[in-house]
Design a protein around this ligand. Structure first.
Ligand SMILES: O=P(O)(O)O[C@H]1O[C@H](CO)[C@@H](O)[C@H]1O
Ligand SMILES: O=c1cc[nH]c(=O)[nH]1
Length: 383
């Protein structure tokens, strides 16, 4: 009996050992299997990306299935516009409030990057059919007006991001060039945003989806902000450039603590206390689109920057009394820096010293438009 018991003990011991060995083998095999599946998926993802072409992340997977995709506010759709042909070369998407500013920028950048237009023609407004925004294309630079406020820029960004997606664009950079109210800075100073904050001073853009609040971070690309700042030449430019946080308001008057709106239910002291609180938190300016701009571009992993000129110092007042000629000179300042940045990217061999020779001349009649076009202008026509 005892022999039998000893035998069965031995047997179960061997069984346990064998089961354990088997477990080790199965575990090892499932690790190998998981690795192979991962490699297989990564391979397919890479292939998809190569096929899709566009480098954006996190986009709606259903875009592919929209046939056609109608970009209603831009007046284009994938049935009638050949996106890769029309927009496939876009590397810079520049945006600003008004169609006039963006058309002027389009002509300016044309000169700056050495493109030419047949003198008998003019740049077409590519969003004319949508009757909402203005859009002009000059080689790799797409210039679009976004209107006022986050809802307006947000609609445009959805449609521009889809435009870039359908066109299979590779890593286009998005830049908003605007005006703002400065905080403790001289009127005419250019402010480049590090981070957009809401009226509650939170670095998030809130959207309401299905009745629920959804928050998206509103960071901007620090490297890009510094690259654009480095295009400033303090020796010759007649303006300062600072980097800081931007408060994005959903209104020009009460939302920005002005005392001159149709309604005002706070005291001048409360206004000053709020503006000083903003300043203490590193806020350098106030405008109305940076939050949606930062949030939507960063959701798609797009490098983006906000470059605005202060048209007044809010610590000194609310009303904009600066004459229009001076304001339009101010408008050219963000444009000058952005054009230099674009030139640097397109013509990296250009010497930094070239920047000094074409610094903004506000005494002249053409302001930033006086700049010399870069050497070897490509023999290409603007669209
Ligand atoms: O000068 P732009 O870029 O239009 O932007 C600023 O000016 C408008 C208010 O006057 C707001 O849209 C604000 O963000
Ligand atoms: O004070 C200002 C000036 C321009 N744009 C704004 O939103 N606020």
């Amino acid at each position: 009996m005892s022999r039998t018991k000893g035998g069965s003990d031995k047997c179960s011991c061997r069984l346990v050992k064998e089961v354990n060995q088997l477990k080790t083998v199965v575990n090892a095999q499932s690790k190998v299997l998981a690795k192979l599946v991962r490699q297989m998926k990564d391979g397919c993802k890479k292939k998809d990306e190569e096929e899709d072409g566009c480098t954006f992340c996190g986009l709606n997977p259903c875009i592919k299935c929209l046939n056609p995709d109608v970009l209603y506010h831009l007046g284009h759709n994938t049935d009638t516009t050949d996106f890769p042909k029309v927009f496939g070369d876009v590397k810079f998407v520049c945006m600003g409030g008004t169609p006039g500013r963006m058309e002027a920028f389009a002509y300016y950048i044309m000169q700056e990057i050495g493109l030419k237009l047949n003198p008998a023609t003019k740049l077409a407004d590519m969003a004319e059919a949508g009757k909402r925004y203005g859009m002009f294309k000059v080689g790799p630079v797409l210039c679009a007006s976004h209107g006022m406020g986050c809802p307006s820029i947000s609609i445009l960004l959805h449609e521009l991001i889809k435009t870039m997606y359908h066109a299979k664009c590779k890593d286009p950079v998005f830049i908003r060039m605007g005006t703002c109210g400065g905080l403790g800075v001289e009127p005419g100073t250019v402010v480049i945003t590090t981070e957009a904050v809401s009226g509650k001073l939170e670095p998030v853009h809130e959207i309401v989806v299905h009745g629920n609040s959804v928050l998206h971070p509103s960071q901007l690309d620090e490297g890009l902000a510094n690259e654009i700042k480095s295009c400033h030449d303090p020796r010759t430019d007649k303006f300062d450039v600072v980097i800081g946080r931007t408060m994005c308001a959903h209104d020009f008057y009460e939302g920005q603590s002005r005392l001159d709106g149709a309604f005002c239910e706070y005291t001048p002291d409360a206004k000053m206390a709020f503006l000083e609180q903003l300043q203490a938190q590193g806020v350098k300016n106030i405008e109305m689109e940076s939050l949606a701009f930062a949030a939507l571009t960063s959701r798609a992993n797009i490098r983006s920057a906000v470059v605005c000129v202060a048209i007044l110092n809010r610590l000194e007042g609310d009303q904009i009394t600066t004459p229009h000629e001076i304001l339009s000179g101010f408008d050219k300042r963000p444009a000058t820096l952005i054009a230099r940045y674009i030139r640097k990217v397109l013509y990296p061999v250009e010497e930094d010293s070239d920047l000094a020779s074409e610094a903004e001349s506000e005494d002249g009649d053409g302001g930033a438009g006086d700049s010399k076009p870069p050497p070897p202008p490509p023999e290409e026509e603007a669209e």
